[in-house]
Ligand binder design. Structure first.
Ligand SMILES: [Zn+2]
Ligand SMILES: [Zn+2]
Length: 252
């Protein structure tokens, strides 16, 4: 990233991913001002399983939904920032605008967070939640692939692009409430032919986690295909407040 950063600063003015202001103080595309306002997960108390920031956590730093859940296909999940009005802007910019540049910076932050939280875990490869083809065509690039590329480079891991594929038409998650988001994703994914997942430790990537339904469905097919341990990382994550999912909080 160091060389890339240098090159980028020659050709592009540094713009903050959240407010878009050009700033000389930008570090990884987040200006000093936004650094104060954005809620970084590393500064918050987060559940050690789902990675969601929580106000109150039990003894083992596990949130109530994780404590009561009987089956979870991923081992642990983490995120860089809490999803709120500030971070929403940055994510929109990465998905719709010059996504490659911002996405790469996001990936660097995600890799940093992975090292911080899952330190010492060796991943056999990194792979992403697949977009619906229509969206990739509309935007001209696959936002999650940009993240995966950047994260894999930073971690010195392999990026396997064709692992999970979409096999069922799903509704836009942002148009659904909590209950329907979970149902919407069931059976949504399958695996590409000829993928060997036996005994593999995999890092699964997506941009935002709200209900966790997408990540869980992705992790589920990886597990079913023989994956040993699935870890997940997203750029942003919401706190677990099912009611707030009724608002259009996830634009994906
Ligand atoms: Zn800013
Ligand atoms: Zn949890």
């Amino acid at each position: 990233m160091k060389v890339i950063e240098l090159l980028l600063s020659l050709f592009f003015p540094e713009k903050c991913m959240f407010c878009g202001n050009i700033t000389r103080k930008a570090e990884n595309f987040i200006c000093e001002n936004c650094r104060q306002r954005v809620a970084f997960c590393k500064d918050l108390k987060c559940c050690s399983i789902c990675g969601k920031p929580q106000v109150s956590l039990g003894e083992k730093e596990i949130c109530y939904p994780c404590l009561t859940k009987t089956y979870r296909p991923y081992k642990r999940a983490t995120a860089v920032v809490k999803y709120n009005d500030e971070t929403k802007v940055g994510i929109k910019r990465y998905k719709n605008g010059n996504g490659e540049i911002v996405g790469e910076a996001m990936g660097v932050l995600m890799a940093e967070r992975v090292k911080e939280v899952f330190g010492g875990v060796h991943f056999d490869f990194v792979t992403g939640i697949p977009p619906s083809d229509k969206r990739v065509i509309e935007r001209g690039f696959d936002p999650v692939a940009v993240l995966c590329d950047s994260i894999a480079k930073e971690l010195g891991a392999r990026y396997e692009k064709r692992v999970i594929k979409k096999i069922k038409k799903t509704k836009k998650q942002s148009s659904l409430d909590y209950e329907h988001r979970i149902r919407n994703m069931i059976g949504a994914f399958g695996l590409y032919d000829g993928i060997d997942l036996k005994g593999k430790r995999i890092l699964l990537v997506d941009d935002v986690m709200t209900t966790g339904a997408t990540i869980e469905e992705g992790a589920y097919v990886l597990k079913k295909g023989g994956g040993k341990e699935i870890y997940a990382v997203t750029f942003a994550t919401t706190t677990k407040e099912p009611k707030s999912f009724n608002e259009k909080s996830e634009k994906s």
